[in-house]
Write a protein that binds this ligand. Structure first.
Ligand SMILES: C[S@@+](CC[C@H](N)C(=O)[O-])C[C@H]1O[C@@H](n2cnc3c(N)ncnc32)[C@H](O)[C@@H]1O
Length: 199
């Protein structure tokens, strides 16, 4: 299996694009996807759970960390037009698709950036950060990233993370508890859990 979408800045696979549709937060969306990006044939069930369960503030800044072709950030931005949604992905192809998909769905309150996590999103005033993390990159990559996220949240800000229950949810919860003041599970389904970790 080609896993280059997990952490490859410039995928080398051929970029045959296709369009998928999805209902998220009660709205229909169209997403153009390509080879070399995460879950290109359908919205990943973890992504769907995260996108649908996020409590959204009406305004302020949100970060979609590892946005892929954009489902989480675009659905949030569409529902809350005053929210400023920063979307970042290290995979340039994914970031380009996220920009395209924002336009395709009539969403303008997004700022899509191509590059590594907090290097391209250095702000420290995100009200929420949402992520379906690149789990195959391994704990040694993901855990420090989730720890660093805290420095980029406003006081009382919340990090939302989706993880497959059997892919280390229990140990991720313990890890989050070492950094954040409180951690709770806000949604479960299709074998996934969404954690909320409070700054
Ligand atoms: C599991 S995918 C989720 C994609 C999208 N949010 C979704 O749910 O469909 C994780 C994404 O994180 C990106 N990624 C991995 N490491 C990253 C980093 N250090 N900074 C930004 N993005 C990263 C990958 O390129 C990939 O698109």
């Amino acid at each position: 299996m080609n896993n280059e979408h997990y952490f490859t800045p410039q995928p080398t696979s051929e970029s045959a694009s296709r369009e998928i549709t999805a209902r998220l937060r009660g709205e229909e969306y169209r997403f153009v996807t390509e080879a070399g990006v995460f879950s290109r044939s359908r919205i990943d069930p973890g992504t769907r759970l995260l996108a649908n369960s996020l409590p959204l503030p009406e305004q302020g800044k949100m970060l979609d960390l590892g946005c892929g072709y954009g489902p989480v950030g675009i659905a949030a931005a569409k529902e809350q037009p005053k929210l400023e949604v920063v979307m970042v992905d290290v995979n340039q192809r994914a970031a380009e698709l996220a920009k395209l998909n924002a336009r395709l769905n009539g969403v303008t309150n997004v700022d899509v950036r191509s590059g590594e996590d907090f290097q391209v999103a250095p702000e420290q005033d995100f009200v929420i950060i949402a992520t379906n993390p690149p789990i195959r990159a391994g704990k040694r990559v993901i855990y420090p990233l989730l720890t660093r996220a805290k420095e980029h949240l406003v006081p009382g800000g919340i990090l939302y993370v989706v993880i497959r229950t059997r892919q280390g949810a229990a140990s991720m919860e313990k890890h989050l508890e070492t950094t954040y003041s409180r951690v709770e599970t806000i949604a479960r389904g299709s074998g996934y859990r969404v954690f909320a970790a409070y700054n």
